[in-house]
Design a protein around this ligand. Structure first.
Ligand SMILES: *Cc1c(COP(=O)(O)O)cnc(C)c1O
Length: 355
């Protein structure tokens, strides 16, 4: 499939790199592709960034049949355009599709399309420390019909946004509310898919926790509300006496690319890491015994987000004396170093968008 490029007649001014924030500015072009039964995925093209025109009855507006991805492009010191493990995002998007009854796409083709779009927009990749070009692929159901069923037509769109460091004030440990009322995902549900509706369902808990001065919520398992699952839209790790513990994957946990990278790095450093069930009781006991050395969330947006305290059932569990832990720091520096092309890429995680 060829990808024609319709160039924008006028290019937008680039935003100030010091004031990017997250996902507020968008580049000059976007990728669009259509799906129709009998035709499959077709009409791939790169066009000027513009609003989409959709029928108000389009299924996505009513029943949230939609999936998305989040990845980043970086500019190396030699001027190369680097993507970080993008094949993982393509694979995960097709897994999300499978769960949400959206037809699969050709991963090789889409990776090529994303490289082409990013290469076209490379002047938008910011270069200041902690900045990058965020890539947001998403797929929406477009049949204009109010029946609750899988759509027979879809739109696949990729937009790009230059972003600043997730925490502009630097990576300081954040305060987390352990959510004991609302749940994010349950066995048999859609928690392991990057499905749009999952995030709308999480807003209420997030708003409540913000009101109480917390940055994020820590989600517990939906059945017993005992076991740690994720923190906001990040996976979570606890350092218990030198052993890193993260919840094992299942229906309810999003398999993060950052999570997988953290596990691979820890193993390469001979730091013990285990994937298993971890209860809040165990976390609290570890803290009482002085073994809770550090805790952090991890994901593409923030990379590593240290947790400074957990508010749980009226008690406060303090972690790491308000400072970023040594393992968290080393992971942050290593992952961002590899992503930016300033550290050796021993796992061959980076992909040159222009080759
Ligand atoms: C995207 C996401 C993550 C992190 O995944 P990465 O691939 O590391 O960015 C974790 N949890 C949830 C719920 C997510 O949506």
């Amino acid at each position: 499939m060829q990808i024609p490029v319709h160039k924008a007649a006028e290019l937008k001014p680039k935003p100030d790199q010091a004031k990017l924030g997250f996902g507020r500015f968008f580049t000059d072009h976007m990728f669009v592709m259509e799906y129709r039964e009998n035709q499959g995925w077709h009409q791939a093209r790169i066009v000027p960034y513009a609003p989409l025109q959709l029928d108000p009855a389009a299924l996505v507006f009513h029943y949230a049949q939609a999936v998305f991805e989040g990845m980043k492009a970086f500019r190396s010191p030699e001027g190369k355009v680097l993507l970080f493990r993008p094949e993982q995002n393509m694979r995960r998007l097709n897994r999300s599709n499978e769960r949400m009854c959206i037809p699969a796409f050709d991963e090789q083709f889409m990776l090529g399309a994303i490289k082409k779009l990013v290469a076209l927009e490379k002047d938008w990749i910011p270069t200041e420390s902690g900045t990058s070009l965020y890539i947001r692929p998403f797929i929406i159901a477009t049949d204009a019909v109010l029946g609750v069923r899988a759509s027979s037509s879809y739109k696949f769109v990729v937009i790009l946004s230059p972003v600043g460091p997730y925490y502009p004030e630097g990576i300081n440990p954040i305060s987390i509310h352990v959510e004991c009322r609302y749940v994010r995902a349950v066995r048999g549900g859609t928690g392991s898919a990057k499905a749009a509706g999952n995030y709308a369902g999480g807003l209420k808990a997030q708003e409540n926790s913000k009101k109480e001065g917390h940055a994020q919520v820590l989600w517990l398992d939906a059945l017993e509300q005992k076991y740690v699952e994720e923190v906001g839209a990040m996976n979570v790790f606890f350092n218990l006496g030198g052993e890193l513990v993260t919840p094992d994957l299942g229906d309810t946990i999003l398999p993060g690319v950052t999570r997988d990278s953290v596990i691979k790095l820890l193993r390469s450093w001979n730091i013990p890491v285990v994937e298993r069930r971890l209860s809040m009781d165990e976390v609290a006991a570890a803290q009482r015994e002085g073994r809770l050395a550090e805790a952090f969330g991890c994901g593409t947006a923030a990379v590593i987000s240290p947790i400074g305290k957990l508010s749980w059932q009226g008690t406060t569990i303090k972690i790491g004396g308000g400072k970023i832990g040594a393992v968290s720091r080393r992971l942050y520096d290593t992952i961002t170093g590899i992503q930016n092309g300033v550290l050796p890429d021993q796992f061959q995680w980076t992909v040159d968008a222009e080759s």
